[in-house]
Write a protein that binds this ligand. Structure first.
Ligand code: M6R
Length: 611
């Protein structure tokens, strides 16, 4: 989710690039860097942290140039430090490259390049690409030819921009899976960027590259090619959005954008990790810890809020498929309650931000007691990621809306991957493993289908906008979803909501039910479906207003529920992903209709770094 901007023309490039970077900073702010072509040199300035740090460094020794590329980083490979900041350079300093995405065959390419004598100074997959361009650049050929030759060997997702003093006053840009567009500037200038926000101060005319395209940008204009070398024509579009909405990709709020990003973020968390034939997974972050993981007798998950809910789904999965006892603890309770951590206990910390103070403190507590520690974390290089012994990254990109949405579904999938890993090394059969892998592979498309319910759910929100309370009920894998649905509604719409195990309702909360109480039932067709139908009858008998989230026509519920939201069907554990999405949309639309500040709800912070 890094941000890229490039400029070639007749004006000073630095202020244009810095302005573009500031507009892209929401995509990541681990480090920022710029490469400028001035005369026969490539000058590079990089700084850890935000764009303003880069700006300060440039002010100290300004560089005059009319061509350059710049980058703001959200770390995926390697910690957020200076050597890993972009641009990454060829060894002789003549080629500079910025990248957004993940190169899947980076390890194999690095080995190949090392055999050719290349030394690496960063841990990034990006450095592999720039060194490959250098290797493949034949005498008397152009920069674009070398870039295309390298990209033909690269697997994975990338949006890149490259400059070189060996073929100066041009930028070569390319896209495959990570967006990169061209900004058609005034006569004599061309720009490129990760999205329109990067270029909009100079132009509203943009050209979107297709996957597998590369483009050559020069002051005289631009040309677009397919990787095979064939020139292709790409249309020019007019950007009609205002700047703020461009940064939100055309969505009204970050929360909605992040809900709609989920098909992509789910593809990212699985990318390169599924082994279809073996019904297994390849997890780079835990690969070297097979011995510790084989000795695990119990897993204690520690987390807060939404991440804690994800842990509950993880508990059900690990116990079902890997037969390992799991406890899910509120990190804030765990740290003060003298827990018993016997030998063979693995502490698994789950955190989107990787900075939550309670989760970090619980992790330190577990470490001190001698447990191995593992992280399921979104933010690369965050404190929790650094303090755990090993882990799995979510690769969901920065989550800006305070209400966690895409990180939650990525956590569910990351925990499914971990379950497959543990299960297949214990008692889970190849066939079972293949079934889960197949379900994972189709999951992003199924989430796309669920997102098509958006209008229907907006109408439903309109219907319930004046409700003062909500109850969310589910059983099995759907119980944590009920908790998460209630939390989302509370956070963004300020409506009181409770999540409960559906069968527990009759032990107390049933007293709340009357014709003024909307009850959301999670009722997909799983092993407890018929039990949930009985719970629905109990609420209906007391005039509760029922919304049921189902996974087929649910004929048993005809006449018993007021509203039905139908999601596609999949295996029970992954139904938790599909039933979560409508609840995110319901919370979002309720909040918008009620005029709440969706992205920054009152009293909340994105990352809770205090006790
Ligand atoms: O960054 P973390 O996952 O550690 O954050 C934990 C909670 O603070 C977080 O999930 C919080 O509950 C969200 N606002 C939920 O939407």
């Amino acid at each position: 989710m890094c941000g890229i901007v490039g400029y070639v023309g007749s004006r000073e490039a630095t202020p244009i690039l810095l302005e573009g970077l500031k507009r892209l900073e929401y995509r990541g702010y681990d480090s920022a860097g710029i490469a400028l072509l001035n005369g026969k040199n490539v000058s590079v300035v990089k700084q850890p942290g935000k764009v303003r740090e880069l700006e300060k460094a440039i002010k100290v020794s300004p560089i005059s140039a009319t061509c350059g590329i710049a980058h703001t980083r959200w770390a995926t490979h390697g910690s957020p430090n200076l050597p890993n900041a972009h641009p990454q350079m060829s060894t002789d300093g003549t080629i500079a490259l910025v990248h957004n995405g993940i190169i899947e065959n980076a390890d194999a390419l690095r080995v190949q390049l090392q055999k050719e004598g290349y030394l690496f100074v960063s841990e990034t997959d990006t450095e592999v690409v720039v060194k490959l361009i250098d290797l493949l650049w034949m005498e008397d050929t152009l920069l674009e030819e070398a870039v295309a030759a390298a990209l033909r060997q690269v697997e994975g997702a990338y949006g890149i921009a490259v400059v070189s003093s060996r073929d100066s006053n041009k930028i070569v840009a390319a896209q495959n899976g990570s967006p990169l567009l061209i900004g058609v500037g005034q006569e004599g200038e061309v720009l490129c960027g990760s999205n329109a926000a990067a270029v909009i101060s100079l132009t509203r005319e943009v050209v979107y590259l297709d996957d597998g395209d590369y483009a050559v940008l020069e002051p005289s204009g631009f040309r677009t090619y397919h990787l095979s070398g064939t020139e292709v024509a790409r249309s020019v579009y007019q950007v009609t959005w205002d700047l703020e909405s461009v940064e939100k990709g055309g969505y009204e709020h970050f929360m909605l954008k992040e809900i709609f990003e989920q098909p992509e973020t789910l593809r990212n968390v699985m990318r390169g990790r599924l082994l279809e034939e073996e019904g297994d997974v390849r997890l780079g972050g835990i690969r070297d810890h097979a011995k510790e993981l084989a000795e695990v007798r119990r897993i204690v998950m520690t987390a807060c809020g939404t991440s804690w809910h994800a842990g509950l789904v993880g508990e059900y999965m690990l116990e079902e498929f890997a037969r390992i006892p799991v406890n899910v603890e509120y990190a804030s309770e765990f740290r003060y309650r003298h827990p018993v951590l016997e030998e063979g206990t693995l502490n698994l910390a789950i955190s989107q931000s990787g900075e939550t103070a309670d989760t970090l403190a619980a992790l330190k507590e577990a470490k001190q007691a001698g447990s191995d520690t593992m992280g399921v974390v979104n933010t690369v290089g965050s404190t929790i990621a650094r303090h755990t012994d090993f882990g799995i990254y979510l690769h969901a990109g920065p989550e800006i809306g305070v209400a966690s949405t895409k990180a939650f579904t990525s956590q569910l999938v990351a925990l499914t991957l971990f379950t497959l890993y543990m299960g297949r090394r214990r008692q889970m059969s190849v066939l079972q493993g293949r079934e889960v892998v197949a379900a994972l592979q189709e999951l992003p498309d199924l989430v796309e289908e669920v997102l098509q319910l958006n209008d229907e759910i907006r109408d439903l929100a309109q219907h319930f906008k004046d409700a003062r309370n909500f109850l969310y009920l589910g059983r099995g894998y759907q119980f944590p979803v009920a908790l998460e649905g209630a939390l989302k509604l509370k956070e963004v719409s300020y409506i009181h909501a409770e999540g409960y195990p559906a069968a527990e309702m009759k032990h107390g909360p049933i007293a709340l039910i009357d014709d003024d109480m909307p009850v959301v039932f999670l009722a997909p067709r799983d092993s407890v479906y018929t039990k949930v139908v009985s719970n629905i009858e109990e609420v209906k008998a007391r005039q509760g207003r029922i919304i049921a989230v189902v996974s087929d026509n649910a004929p048993e519920l005809k006449g018993k529920v007021d509203h039905m939201i139908r999601v596609p069907h999949t295996i029970p554990s992954l139904l938790s992903v599909l039933t979560t999405v409508p609840l995110q949309l319901l919370a979002y639309h309720m909040a918008v209709i009620r005029g709440a500040n969706v992205d920054q709800p009152r009293n909340l912070a994105k990352s809770v770094t205090v006790e």
